[in-house]
Design a protein around this ligand. Structure first.
Ligand SMILES: NC(=O)c1ccc[n+]([C@@H]2O[C@H](COP(=O)([O-])OP(=O)(O)OC[C@H]3O[C@@H](n4cnc5c(N)ncnc54)[C@H](OP(=O)(O)O)[C@@H]3O)[C@@H](O)[C@H]2O)c1
Length: 345
């Protein structure tokens, strides 16, 4: 498959991130309306919701897509979604009176979560990741659920092992990571108690041009800043591929829940990616420290075998991001903290 040489604008980027695959057009025909996406105001929700809209339109089905979030008045996501044919609804899952406004649905994607700021207000992180998840599962006891989780549920694993597998123990460091174990456990509890078919997806670094681990490394190379090698390996997946797989994973929902790591199948080296950005940007990368034998890693082979390999390999992602950084393209100022090894976010 050939990939566009460069991505010139945010409009072009959003079109790419929300382009549905042929497999998604096939599976979206089986969705009953509406599709509800909760926690849709963040980094993933907008292009995911628009991909569902585009897939339904292209497949000729009358699927309403409803994006639910708190939608802070200053956040542009709400208008952006409405302009693209996605209905929106304001709801704070932590307010009991708000839950009653959630629409009936048989297909719900759950994206709400909190990571950054945990160090300053750990209570808020636990409330969003655990309490809100319990409320969501109680409200949608009659639906199929696809819920996003994270690779942070795992402890660091030996690089030579090729990444944590889904059956590994969930013994991470730090309050954020432990609250995401809590999120999984309460969703699992309600799934088992109420017979809810549930897919849990442990995502390991979605990437695009405005955020993600690749952007973080590219910006350091471009700015002449040193790149910490202590957490020297990582996984990632193009945001558009992640969106496509999230939408297609309703077919995996089951009670008891099924659990899948979600990323490209390769393990990438921070040093090697830094060097490749160095070539693309014409600036030598600067490194600090050296690689440890373990890192935060996932093995996504089971999901790739089940739903197919993600379509965008590393090379075009590096080329697009290097070009974007060189041209000072818009970014969201949300670094991933990929260097973190002590669980403190
Ligand atoms: N992006 C990644 O690379 C990545 C990697 C691993 C795992 N994940 C998981 O994937 C999920 C989505 O990722 P993301 O990057 O889109 O996260 P995000 O940018 O933090 O978005 C999550 C959204 O949830 C909404 N939310 C939070 N509390 C809420 C509440 N009480 N009621 C209603 N909505 C609430 C927020 O939007 P409002 O402010 O509009 O409410 C927030 O923007 C997260 O749960 C995360 O754990 C993402």
């Amino acid at each position: 498959m050939s990939h566009t040489d460069y991505i010139k604008s945010q409009e072009e980027l959003d079109l790419l991130l929300s382009r549905p695959s042929a497999q998604l057009l096939e599976s979206i025909r089986r969705f009953s309306s509406p599709l509800v996406i909760v926690g849709a105001g963040g980094k993933i929700g907008p292009t995911l919701a628009v991909m569902a809209r585009r897939a339904a339109d292209a497949a000729g089905c009358a699927l309403e897509v409803i994006a639910v979030s708190r939608f802070d008045a200053t956040a542009p996501a709400r208008a952006w979604l409405e302009q693209r044919g996605v209905s929106t609804l304001c709801c704070d899952l932590l307010r009991a009176d708000s839950i009653g406004q959630l629409p009936e649905s048989e297909n719900v994607i759950y994206l709400a979560g909190q990571k950054f700021g945990t160090g300053k207000s750990p209570a808020a992180t636990w409330a969003v990741n655990v309490v809100a998840s319990a409320r969501l599962a109680e409200r949608y006891a009659g639906a199929r659920l696809v819920a996003l989780s994270t690779a942070n549920v795992y402890a660091l694993s030996e690089v030579a092992k090729g990444g944590s597998v889904e059956s590994d123990p969930l013994t991470p460091l730090g309050e954020y990571a432990n609250s995401t174990v809590g999120r999984e456990r309460v969703l699992e509890f309600f799934s088992l108690r109420d017979g809810i078919p549930l897919t849990l997806l442990r995502l390991c670094y979605a990437v695009e041009l405005r955020y993600g681990v690749l952007l973080d490394i590219a910006q350091k190379v471009h700015g002449g800043k040193s790149i910490d090698l202590a957490n020297g390996y990582f996984n990632c997946i193009w945001q558009g591929d992640a969106n496509d797989l999230i939408l297609r994973s309703f077919s995996l929902a089951h009670c008891p829940p099924t659990i899948w790591n979600l990323c490209r199948p390769e393990v990438f080296s921070v040093r090697s990616v830094g060097e490749q950005f160095g070539e693309l940007l014409g600036r030598p990368p600067r490194f600090a420290g050296s690689e440890n034998p373990n890192a935060l890693l996932c093995n996504s082979r089971p999901l790739c075998d089940k739903l197919g390999e993600p379509s965008i390999p590393l090379a075009p992602m590096l080329r697009w991001i290097a070009d974007w950084v060189r041209r000072d393209g818009c970014t969201w100022g949300k670094p991933t903290g990929f260097e973190v090894r002590d669980g403190k976010y």
